[in-house]
Design a protein around this ligand. Sequence first.
Ligand code: URA
Length: 190
Amino acid sequence: MENRRQFPDWYNGAVPAFGSMDASLLVVGLAPGLRGANRSGRPFTGDYAGELLYPSLLKYGRARGTYGAESDDGFELVDCRITNAVRCVPPANKPTPQEQNTCRPFLIDEINAMPRLKSILVLGRIAHDAVMNTFGLKKSQYPFAHEATHRFNNKLSITDSYHCSRYNVNTGRLTAPMFHAALERAISAT
Ligand code: URA
């Protein structure tokens, strides 16, 4: 509400997923960034994290066009869909456990609505936990680890990556080659 008042021209709502529901690959991020997805209305669009995510999807043929950091840039995903564990921009840009719980039914619906889904790439531990929760899986049995692929049935696999956030990239926790390796693993499972 406060954002609507302060930034009336921005999207300021629950950011819908981007890409076809028929995709075999789903990328699950954390939450819209205040000045990125919350402004543009498209996941990762205008966010620092999109600067690594979208060129990486282009590199592996899971996107086409030119990423222009705006929702009307004409950029398209190819056999790929992107959503977030939390749909609205969180206060102080940090999702609370309550928000994560509130958004879980949306994530479950999102996953169930994808008939051809084979592989989920989760970005960061919170997204990992959210996805594990949607399947009723124990985090202790499927711990988060960069580039780990978890298989719990023969239909779907879940691959972990550190989140491609500004913090992780600037501190060197996540490099572009590391991110590409995780994406490649997720794609190879589709
Ligand atoms: N923007 C998003 O939409 N999701 C993230 O996880 C980060 C930035």
